[in-house]
Design a protein around this ligand. Structure first.
Ligand SMILES: Cc1cc2nc3c(=O)[nH]c(=O)nc-3n(C[C@H](O)[C@H](O)[C@H](O)COP(=O)(O)OP(=O)(O)OC[C@H]3O[C@@H](n4cnc5c(N)ncnc54)[C@H](O)[C@@H]3O)c2cc1C
Length: 220
């Protein structure tokens, strides 16, 4: 596998490869990335003042770094990814427990909530009750706003299945920590769908690191 050369930030083309629909109305999109596998290599090679002497030396080095114990983790922190995510609030709530990164989220103090919410699969009759409940909550929300309530107070009647959007800037090490935890079968299914989609995008922009992570950490 060849290193993808990358200097500075790369604005992603609006290609399907970097945009993955997730759940019924959500998605994850890679907006920008910096460094890639080449940044990991630069971080590692400065430690050893070494250079690659064969075609696959850099690839082998990344695999070795990923396997090493204790981990030489900081070399992976030089690569950065910036995602735009649309997901239910209950997924965002879990996501934002991950602190080593930066977020900015749509504010329902300033923006009016769209009448959009996640509908899980399951028993048809109960799903109808779920939808009626969500619709009624939006009816009340809109009524309160129309009556002059502040948006920041009216939003209190909406459930955590409504969709939100945020920007997530994260280095590759912290990103892999999120993947490891949110791809686990014990993680909530809906959150796992975002992690699966993000892993596929990771494989496109950092193919060597993603392959090493999949083999050595996910053991796949
Ligand atoms: C399946 C699952 C179930 C969960 N259930 C719950 C739950 O019921 N309740 C709940 O509250 N949370 C729950 N969590 C959230 C979990 O406890 C973590 O908060 C979340 O996964 C973020 O992980 P993190 O701290 O490794 O990530 P980050 O916050 O990104 O931190 C990355 C790493 O930095 C280091 N670090 C960051 N901050 C500190 C610090 N203050 N002190 C020391 N080291 C630090 C740690 O090594 C950490 O692993 C759950 C997570 C998962 C995956």
């Amino acid at each position: 596998m060849r290193l993808v050369p990358c200097g500075g930030y790369v604005q992603m083309p609006d290609a399907a490869t970097y945009f993955k629909p997730v759940l019924d109305k959500g998605w994850i999109k890679l907006e920008e990335w910096m460094g890639g596998d080449a940044a990991v290599i630069r971080g590692a090679r400065i430690c050893y003042q070494s250079e690659a002497h064969s075609a696959d030396a850099d690839e082998r080095l990344i695999h070795r770094l990923m396997r090493s114990e204790p981990k030489h983790n900081t070399v992976f922190e030089h690569a950065v990814l910036r995602f735009h995510v649309k997901c239910p609030i209950f997924v965002a709530r879990q996501w934002m427990r991950h602190r080593i990164c930066s977020y900015n989220e749509q504010s329902l103090r300033y923006c009016l909530a769209d009448r959009e919410y996640y509908i899980p699969q399951g028993d048809v009759q109960l799903r109808e009750s779920y939808v009626s409940h969500m619709e009624a909550s939006f009816d009340l929300y809109e009524q309160l706003v129309a009556a002059g309530w502040k948006r920041e107070q009216a939003r209190g009647v909406l459930g955590t299945a409504i969709y939100t959007q945020f920007i997530w800037t994260v280095n590759a090490w912290s990103f892999m920590n999120w993947l490891y935890k949110r791809l686990d079968p014990g993680a909530q299914w809906e959150h796992r769908q975002y992690a699966e989609a993000a892993l596929a995008i990771f494989g496109e922009v950092m193919p060597i690191t993603a392959a090493a992570f999949t083999q050595s950490v996910l053991k796949q």
